[in-house]
Design a binder for this molecule. Structure first.
Ligand code: HEC
Ligand code: HEC
Length: 290
């Protein structure tokens, strides 16, 4: 190690926080910070003591505390955003179930009269008009019982939340007053920051997962999902077997795997790499269909 590189440890007493341990590693004037959780080992604490007795100037400590607060803030923001997006995904699926609002009884005014196959509360779900793939008339709902001719929302990926929130509150949608500010924010986060390009992971013609590993998927599924859905995907009773659903509507399965099931204790896999969800879908597509 050259003179311009050094390791240091620092224990931080920050009002309102439990003790946190930080490893600093400086190289060529750039300091990297690593945070440790309070439950760190005695060995590390010893190093801290040694380092502290050698003395660190107050100036550097202050700078580092500032930097650490920044790390905290960034990390919290990241964590909050993932759960906001997942909740937004569930609202997109069935908002009235998520917020325990009364089920709308009428058919949504924006539901086209040409489609007589669906009516009532289902026509109020975002997914019914814009699709599980968020591609609207250009996606899976180009045909079938959900054909509406309504456009998708793919072009809003990376755009600002304001536009999405304004649309939900406009006359076409009429959601103003039906959901809270937080609900609108979560929905907008989902639309602008939580989209997945379904065409990259699901083959539109065969409906099969692209690039998934069924063995890894089985390991994930058997440990995370099977407790509720059974290893063969036939639980709980009352929902279609996962082997059937995943081959019939893989877009819905991806959406629900990433975001969870409205008003159920089902986990959302969004915080993991997207590949985990693709592997799970690949495995589900091998499960019994009846
Ligand atoms: C009954 C059908 C229907 C439902 C349900 C529906 N939308 Fe829409 N949405 C539309 C139509 C139709 C348009 C196009 C309006 C236009 O072009 O003026 C649209 C447009 C949008 C736009 C604007 C797109 C753009 O390019 O500016 C956003 C954002 C949007 N919808 C989000 C949502 C969200 C989020 C939900 C659920 C909370 C939802 N929609 C539910 C029919 C629906
Ligand atoms: C804590 C229990 C629990 C766990 C764990 C769980 N789920 Fe679920 N899941 C449910 C419940 C309950 C439903 C709703 C069942 C119903 O509609 O009757 C559901 C619904 C679903 C649906 C939608 C079915 C439909 O027709 O609407 C899919 C897809 C799904 N789960 C996939 C998964 C996958 C994949 C995993 C693992 C990553 C998983 N679930 C883990 C409880 C769970």
């Amino acid at each position: 190690m050259t003179d311009s590189q050094n390791f240091g440890f620092l224990k931080l007493h920050m009002p309102g926080f439990s003790d946190n341990l930080m490893l600093t590693y400086s190289k060529n004037g750039i300091t990297f910070l690593y945070l440790f959780h309070p439950a760190s080992s005695g060995v590390v604490s010893q190093v801290v003591k040694d380092t502290l007795t050698r003395g660190i100037s107050m100036y550097r400590i202050t700078l580092k505390i500032l930097a650490v607060s920044f790390v905290f803030i960034t990390f919290n923001a990241y964590a909050e955003q993932a759960s906001s997006i997942a909740r937004g995904g569930q609202l997109f699926d069935k908002w009235f179930e998520v917020i325990d609002a009364p089920k709308p009884e009428n058919t949504h005014s924006a539901w086209p009269a040409s489609n007589t196959k669906k009516k009532g509360n289902v026509t109020h779900r975002c997914k019914s008009c814009h699709g599980w793939d968020l591609m609207g008339k250009d996606g899976a709902y180009a045909s079938g019982s959900y054909k509406t001719g309504i456009k998708g929302l793919r072009h809003l990926e990376g755009k600002s939340n304001d536009k999405v929130i304004a649309a939900m509150k406009d006359e076409t949608h009429g959601y103003a007053g039906k959901m809270s500010d937080q609900d609108f924010e979560d929905l907008a986060n989902f639309v602008t920051k939580g989209q997945v390009d379904m065409n990259k992971i699901i083959d539109r013609n065969t409906k099969l997962a692209i690039g998934g590993n069924a063995d890894k998927g089985a390991a994930y599924y058997n440990t995370v999902c099977a407790g509720c859905h059974d290893k063969n995907g036939k639980e709980p009773k009352g929902m279609p077997p996962l082997g059937k659903l995943s081959n019939k509507n893989p877009w819905e399965v991806v959406h629900k795997t990433l975001n969870g099931q409205p008003d159920e204790d089902m986990p959302a896999m969004r915080a993991f790499d997207l590949q985990v969800t693709v592997d799970i879908l690949t495995h589900l597509q091998t499960l019994p269909k009846e």
